[in-house]
Each structure stands twice: as structure tokens, then as C-alpha cells.
Design a protein around this ligand. Sequence first.
Ligand code: UDP
Ligand code: MG
Length: 321
Amino acid sequence: MSRVLSIVVPVFNEAKNVQPLFDALEEASKDLGHVVEYVFVDDGSTDDSALVLTQLAKKVGERVKVVLLSRNFGKEVALSAGVTYARGEGIVTLDADLQHPPALLPELVAKWTAGADVVIAVRRATAAKSLLRRASSFFFRVVARSLAGDAQKVEGTDYRLIDAKVREAFLLVGEKRRAYRQIVDWLGFTRAEVPFDAGRRHEGTSTYSWPKLWSLAIDMIVSRSSVPLRMLLYLGVLISVASVVSLVWMQFAINFSPRWLYTPLAKTVVFNTLLNGIVVTALGVLGLYVARIHEEVLGRPLFAVRATIHCARDDAEGAGR
Ligand code: UDP
Ligand code: MG
């Protein structure tokens, strides 16, 4: 049964990686028995990526679609744009830097053919990651898991295959601040996993800077649950109870042991500071949620497109929703 498989690749300054990636994907997909189409999304690259992609599309033809975004929107939005334009019965998303091995493609497709609607490549180890980075991603996983409020997996990567019906459901999700894999996880459907070892980036350096990673982590937590708010509430109650207990104890000490006279005052000052800290933290957390509401309420489109190649007009239906 020959079905169309779309391969979606977000591209940000990957001029040197496009051709090797394309060759590797062609090699990996030649025995699949599916028609393979590509959707390369140029995410406002400042190098020759757009040119390289345009040339590739010209050389290969209709099978290579290119979407040029009007500026850099970030990987998550670029992925969403790619999925919007993808028309295959199965849609694979992967990074352009060859850290997601194309050789894994047959395994992903096999599980899809066997009936899974979402096939996720799960990373075993990343050779290229520094100890610090690995420690922080471990920390992030632990935090995400304990805050998640559900038992969903957070180890999965963006290297995944989704069925067209998952894409349809995906396009109905309207939130602007997004992590692709989190939305796909949220959607559910029948899932399968394929383990792999992530290698080093082929050319260039990772563009996922620390600030970007942290803001993604915060987005994932805030959009996932209201657990931070609830924890804050518990903390507030705890502090209040502790304050009352201390006050009672201080009154007792003052009445029965005059030499404690100064310490209670100092304690009161400390407590006051602590309470101020908690109020500020609470405002900060509330602010996070309000900021999100504000962003969603603005109702801006998710992305803007500068030009497309080999994309039919109605391919963009639902684009930028
Ligand atoms: N990427 C993108 N827009 C960005 C940053 C990255 O489309 O603003 C793409 C990039 O070209 C690559 C993928 O997202 O295909 C992963 O990026 P990177 O390798 O920098 O991230 P890491 O591997 O460190 O997670
Ligand atoms: Mg990478």
C-alpha cells in the first residue's frame, strides 16, 4: 500500500546541512514503498539556506516543497508551519542538523504501518551534549514530570511520525506559545516509540540557546498545568500557619522569659521579609499566566509566510491559525 509520506524539516541557518540531510533521507526512504514529499520551512535564516532550498526544489521538482517564513519565528512555530503545509498520510518531523538519524525512518514507518498514529523517536543519549546541558535536561525532565499532573512521557523528541488524522486534530489547537511535541502528546492517539542515539550536529552550532531552552521549559510547564499556582497556595498556607505558631510562642516567651525580648522582634522582621517574598513570587507566577492569556487574546496568526515553492494554494488552509 503506497501512501504519501511528508517529511517536515525546520531550517534555520542550515545551508551546509540541507543537501546531506536530503541525500540521507532519500537513501533511507528508497525502500519504503511510499511516495516521499518534503516540506522545508526556512525560519528566517540569515545564511544561504533559503537559496539552497530554492535550488533543491528546482532540481528535484514538486516533491520538494519550500515555505519561507517572513522572519525567525523559532523552531516550534516553524514545525507547526511545516505540518500545516504537509499533505501526506503520514508526517515525519525532524531536525535539519542530522542529529535525528534519517536511518531510523524505516522503523518509524513500520510502526505507523503496524497501526500506531504517533511514532516517537526517544533519545537514549546525546553525544554532543555537555555535562551541564545533560544535567539541566535531566532536571527539566524531573520538574516536568512532577508538575505534569499526568503521566505523559517527556523524553520523546520532535523526531516523530504522525498520521494525517493527528495532523487534522493538531491544526485545531490554537495556542500560540507552543511546543510541538507537547501538543502532539496532549492529543493522545495510539502511540509507539523507537529508541535512538542522538549524534553530534553535522555543521554549525546549536541555535537553541540557554534563554530559549529555559523559556521553552517554562512554557511547557505553564501551559501544562496549574500546579505551580497550587504549590504557591500551599506554601502561603504553610507560612501563615508557621507565623501564627511563632507569634504564639513569642508571646509565651515574652510573658515568661524577659531575656527573649529582642529576638521576637528580629523574628518578626524576618517573617515580614519572607511574607513579602512570597507575595512577590505569587505575583510573578500569576503574571506568567496573565501574560499567556494576554498573548492568546491578541489572536495573532502563528506565523507569516514570505513565499512558497510547490505548495498549492489550499495547502495553507488553517495556516497561522
Ligand atoms: N531551528 C529553527 N528555528 C530556530 C532554531 C532552530 O527552525 O529558531 C531548527 C534548526 O534548523 C534545526 C532544529 O530547529 O533543524 C533544531 O535546532 P538546533 O539543532 O539548533 O537545536 P538542538 O539540537 O540544540 O535542540
Ligand atoms: Mg541540533
